[in-house]
Write a protein that binds this ligand. Structure first.
Ligand SMILES: [Zn+2]
Length: 186
């Protein structure tokens, strides 16, 4: 099975300039310092006497394919990349699993109720807002309902390969290429 290519996550200067530095402890409000812990310099709260760990933020997206082999895309109505097209998806809530999150976002953004066929892959990508996003991609080919754009989608539509608009996020493009590269030949 082809594997999603996993490049190192490189935070370029344009992305780093967007990231707002964390200056205070979110538990006690004390000003944070830096301390070398477990192999790297980390934010540290002297009052709580704990490191403030920073990790990738987990999100999901779905490659939804209809019977005519068209791809479902949504047009973004919120930053970043307002007005650009991407896969339905979003951030995982604290009380839900990744599959549940993916299907919830699909429902919210397109009105469709879907079932996950299988995992397409997992990738890490730089983000101006969150530094690094861990993106989980699923394949959905079984779904029901009427297509209605909602939540943070301004529009939603089906696109064949030759009429598809540019896709806003690298991780989404990877999952789409992965799907059409692997499954189209069968
Ligand atoms: Zn603290």
């Amino acid at each position: 099975m082809p594997v999603i290519k996993e490049d190192p996550v490189i935070l370029t200067t344009d992305i780093l300039s967007f990231i707002r530095p964390i200056s205070h402890c979110h538990f006690c409000g004390y000003g944070l310092t830096q301390k070398f812990i477990e192999g790297r310099s980390r934010l540290y709260c002297e009052a709580c006497d704990i490191p403030i760990y920073q990790n990738p933020v987990p999100a999901t997206c779905v490659v939804v394919i209809d019977e005519q082999d068209r791809l479902l895309l949504v047009k973004r109505s919120v930053a970043p990349k307002i007005g650009e097209w991407c896969l339905p998806g979003g951030f995982i809530e604290l009380n839900e699993g990744p599959r549940e999150s993916a299907l919830r976002e699909l429902k919210e953004e397109t009105g469709l109720t879907g079932a996950v066929e299988h995992l397409l892959g997992v990738s890490s990508n730089p983000s101006a807002q969150y530094s690094t996003i861990l993106m989980v991609g699923y394949l959905v080919r079984c779904f029901s309902g009427n297509l209605i754009a909602g939540d943070d989608a301004a529009d939603a539509g089906w696109f064949s390969t030759h009429e598809r608009p540019p896709i806003a996020f690298d991780s989404h493009r990877q999952f789409v290429s992965h799907f059409y590269g692997k499954f189209k030949q069968r």
